[in-house]
Write a protein that binds this ligand. Structure first.
Ligand code: ZN
Length: 313
């Protein structure tokens, strides 16, 4: 048993590395000095834009408030997400130099000696965006309007997880539709988007499956959080098999119900005075693009017409 498992694992790692090398050789992704961090070619961006057209067409359109945030957001908002409690290992915080001339000279001397100079940096007031929806909640602290809010948020996220698997990038985009409102509003949003998300993926020619999921919470306490998340069925992922039977598939869309977590930490209440509930569906744009390249091949010109016509009308 053990040797089979080890064999499969090696085979899986090889499959991931092969795919990564194919993408780099085709010029779709641009290698950097850091594993899991890539530049994108114009052709890759065209694919992402095409996918986004299909996602937006399935979305709420003008019914949603469109919000775009930079790739960093206030540390005060990051605090309120509680992300550091669950995912300290994925976090990226911005540091900067705020010292004196003398301290700068010390930094440069250390640098000239080939030593680490980070010790002279201190926390800035920004953190890399942990999930596309996270910067949005602070805007809604207070009482929601009647009917709550429906948001369209699209932006870069950061997760510190260096990996060979091109589907596990450190910086990637999520296009999210977020609902803020009553418990029913949030639950309904989450449930509706499981089906609608599967339709979007199907229209892109992807064979996706909805699976109950749990996040990679950190540490011993994290195992309990993960069990709770699974038990309460708060997160459903839509997965596509990029590597055949070698793993359980790659999550390309996630449908999350946060219950009253963000309502509580950001002080958001419904007009009835209840703590607001929230839910979001997030389309992982790079992962969907990679799933399509894996499924339809690296030459976009050869993709099925039905798919191309939807993406590039
Ligand atoms: Zn979200």
């Amino acid at each position: 048993m053990t040797s089979t498992a080890v064999g499969d694992r090696t085979e899986l790692e090889r499959a991931r590395q092969d795919f990564q090398q194919q993408l780099l050789a085709a010029g779709l992704l641009v290698d950097t000095a850091v594993p899991g961090l890539y530049g994108r070619s114009g052709e890759f961006e065209d694919i992402v834009d095409g996918i986004d057209r299909v996602v937006v067409a399935a979305g709420p359109g003008a019914a949603a408030t469109r919000l775009r945030f930079p790739p960093v957001f206030p540390r005060t908002s990051f605090e309120r997400t509680d992300y550091i409690a669950s995912f300290p290992h994925l976090t990226g915080a911005v540091t900067t130099f705020a010292g004196t001339n003398a301290e700068h000279a010390e930094l440069l001397a250390a640098r000239a000696r080939g030593e680490a100079w980070d010790a002279w940096l201190e926390p800035a007031d920004t953190v890399l965006v942990s999930a596309a929806c996270h910067p949005a909640y602070a805007k809604y602290s207070g009482t929601l309007r009647e009917g709550g809010e429906l948001l369209d948020v699209y932006g870069y996220c950061f997760r510190h997880e260096p990996a060979i698997d091109p589907a596990r990038m450190q910086a990637f985009r999520m296009h999210e539709f977020v609902r803020l409102g009553t418990a029913d509003d949030a639950a309904q949003h989450r449930d509706t988007w499981i089906g609608r998300g599967l339709e979007v993926l199907d229209s892109l020619g992807l064979d996706a499956t909805a699976v109950p999921a749990n996040d990679p919470f950190f540490g011993r306490a994290g195992r309990m959080l993960a069990a709770n998340q699974r038990h309460e069925n708060l997160k459903t992922e839509l997965t596509v098999r990029l590597y055949g039977d070698l793993d359980d598939g790659t999550a390309v869309v996630s449908c999350n119900c946060h219950r009253d977590h963000f309502g509580d930490t950001f002080g958001i209440v419904t007009p009835d005075g209840e703590v607001a509930h929230s839910a979001c569906v997030g389309f992982g744009m790079e992962r969907i693009a990679l799933a399509m390249l894996r499924t339809h091949g690296l030459a976009v010109g050869n993709w099925p017409d039905s798919v191309r016509n939807r993406m590039f009308p």
